[in-house]
Design a protein around this ligand. Structure first.
Ligand SMILES: Cc1ncc(COP(=O)(O)O)c(C=O)c1O
Length: 419
């Protein structure tokens, strides 16, 4: 029997063709140079076979859910088959060759990917789950406060609403304008909003609706100065940009496996720094910091092993190159979007605040949901309509599966529909 323990690195590498990353150009390049450094070749003929997307579909919505490549899916399914070959032994056994042991090794890989210790990392279902574990893993007193922004995704925000309702905690939100890109001003706004009762600052690493990269290291430093915990929602960061949680100096960091990492749906990660382990105590760790501890129960082990494969793929590609690919495509889209008179591009111009997400406001006479549906039905282009509470508009989030040709095709479709 082939053992899950024998993680086949070779299989992943041979499963990756240059075409699978849309002609990704390797080599370390400073983020600020991304705008000028496009040397990408068009996607090669083997490209589409790496994914299960139907031919002709242009998936520009990785920020909602990534397309899992076949190599990752195959690894997930192989682990599932091994699990079912001997369920109890494979799911509970600690020997090297069990599925449980392979899942525990994913924790180690994910920890090294994020720059933390294995014992600081919990595997979760998603970012929302991870954020809830943080909020519920703390002790609260009536009148304590959580400081966040008005641009958080529900997945990073509802946990605080819950704590507010259940424990009488107050949630303060600093406003961030849709087209605001100046990070120093935002840090000053956080500083001014801190009160003696502020316990947590909770903020997205990359704002979901605009793609703005938030100054997490500065916000965490501010939090530390004031004796506050910094909790980061990294759903739109991990797999899109290099992330090192120790360098960011946050206390907790939550992310998803099924977005930019392109891993199995229903996977996520939570980092809780060792120094915050008294303040934040996940119930899952009551019986020890290991995958499948008694206090966590049996988890979706094949999905977790697939997550490990997805992370391994990103490590092989190199996060600097991955980030550059997305940002170059996004900058190409940005340039063309700004030429469409009826659109207002709100995301940052190419530069330090820009990530692979670019978003636009539509004129009032165009409904974002109708546009999204038309783009897919007529052109095979998948975009995300913005949440109406933020604005009537849409977001593109190109990633390593996309090419310059696809960006140009999507923009042609947008010009045809928006004019
Ligand atoms: C910033 C942010 N946080 C949280 C989430 C929720 O992610 P998940 O479904 O993995 O919980 C999203 C999803 O788009 C997001 O953009």
């Amino acid at each position: 029997m082939t053992s899950v323990a024998a993680d086949s690195r070779r299989r992943f590498i041979t499963g990756l063709s240059a075409a699978s990353i849309g002609g990704l150009a390797h080599g370390a390049v400073e983020p600020s140079h991304f705008g000028a450094a496009s040397s990408l070749a068009p996607a090669g003929p083997g490209f589409s076979s790496e994914y299960l997307l139907p031919p002709g579909v242009i998936h520009l919505n990785t920020a909602s859910l990534g397309a899992t490549p076949r190599v990752v899916l195959d690894r997930t399914l192989a682990a599932w088959r091994e699990l079912e070959s001997s369920p109890v032994l494979m799911a509970y056994g600690n020997a090297e060759n069990t599925v449980l042991s392979a899942a525990e090794r994913v924790r180690k890989r994910a920890a090294s990917f994020l720059g933390c210790e294995q014992n600081e990392l919990l595997i979760t279902r998603c970012t929302t789950d991870a954020m809830s574990i943080v909020a519920q893993g703390m002790r609260w007193t009536v009148g304590e406060r959580v400081l966040t922004t008005n641009r958080e995704h529900d997945g990073g925000s509802l946990c605080w609403e819950y704590i507010a309702q259940r424990h009488g905690v107050v949630v303060d939100r600093i406003p961030i304008a849709l087209d605001e890109h100046e990070s120093a001003t935002i840090v000053r706004r956080f500083a001014a909003a801190i009160t003696p009762a502020t316990r947590v600052i909770s903020v997205s690493h990359v704002i979901s609706c605009t793609g703005m990269r938030m100054p997490i290291a500065e916000i965490s430093a501010l939090a530390r100065e004031r004796g506050i915990l910094s909790v980061v929602d990294g759903a739109q960061a991990v797999g899109a940009i290099p992330v090192n949680v120790k360098a960011l100096r946050c206390h907790a960091y939550a992310t998803s496996g099924h977005k930019w990492l392109m891993g199995p749906k229903g996977t996520g990660l939570l980092y809780v720094s060792g120094e915050a382990s008294t303040a934040i105590q996940p119930i899952q760790w009551q019986d020890g910091h290991r995958y499948g501890a008694e206090s966590a129960g049996v988890g979706p082990q094949p999905l977790v092993i697939g997550l490990g494969a997805a992370i391994e793929r990103m490590q092989d590609l190199g996060m600097t190159a991955v980030e550059r690919h997305g940002v170059v495509l996004r900058n190409r889209a940005y340039e063309q979007l700004t030429q469409i008179k009826r659109l207002r591009v709100i995301s940052s111009p190419p530069g330090p605040s820009a990530t692979a997400i670019v978003a636009c406001v539509l004129p009032d006479d165009i409904d974002s949901m109708a546009l999204r549906d038309t783009l897919f039905a007529k052109h095979g282009v998948i975009v995300k309509m913005s949440e109406k509470r933020h604005f009537n508009g849409f977001r593109l989030s190109p990633h390593i599966l996309n090419s310059e040709t696809q960006i140009d095709a999507a923009l042609k479709a947008l010009r045809a529909e928006v004019g």
